[in-house]
Design a binder for this molecule. Sequence first.
Ligand SMILES: O=C(O)CCC(=O)C(=O)O
Length: 288
Amino acid sequence: MGSLGASAHNSYHDRIDPAVTQAAIEHTRKEGWAVIPDVLTAEESKHALDRLWEAARKYKEQAGSNYIQYLDPNENNVRVADLPMHERLFCDMVEHPLAVKIVQEIIGENYLISNMSSNIARPGSKSMALHSDLSLVTPEPWQDDWALNVIWCLTDVTYENGATLYIPGSQAYQKMSDIPKNAKSLLTPFEAKAGSIVLMTGRVWHTSGSNITKDQDRALVLSYYTAPFLKPQMNWSLRIPQEKAKEFSPSLIKRLGMVKDGGDIYNIDALKYLDEQYPDEEEPSTNS
Ligand SMILES: O=C(O)CCC(=O)C(=O)O
């Protein structure tokens, strides 16, 4: 069991210059992506990677395999679902103040955690389908940033070891017919050092890269956030046992949509009583 702990939460403010964060937000709004280096120290990345392998082992025990056939062409992609359930560390990551600040700037104050999983691309792994995250959950046209992936690099990420490949400018595609025929030749890697986060909006078309190294793993943790009116990819209430959820913070429960009382309704402020919305007008006085 490990945690990023209070010190990491406090020290990120020192580590990441607010001007760097602001520039990353602006770049993400405009281009659909940005990279912020050094969010985790080398030691924190290594620790998170160790815990990720432990989570991978636990997930395999539960699910039978780390291979998801409909996603990846072969078993060299090690997938780990339900990360918040396996380790406190991943709860801290998904609620990391830097990630939350950026998510709220891009999506809005009100957001849900749609998924949190990992894809460890081992040597020999190959690309999944070219997709945008938004296109998997909403019909076209895709016109707004209703989704954001905050991707934690727990190893150095290079073209050779399977960096996520994206199409520059694809955040502007609004429909399937906007995807150029030569899409494959436009793919560009998000290269980053261990400890970086890659921000990628739900409109960016991307795929995992092939790992063509002999001996390097590429480990990413994908925290995927959406606007609250989109159906989350994961049905957390079914996947996370109640006993486990008792360990979660109230804010995490809310963001996972595991509330009973409709407290996560998108526009709850609109639910006023009719008489408050339309107060009776005073009768005009008949006295002259
Ligand atoms: O592993 C990657 O590089 C991207 C993964 C991804 O896009 C996905 O799992 O939907």
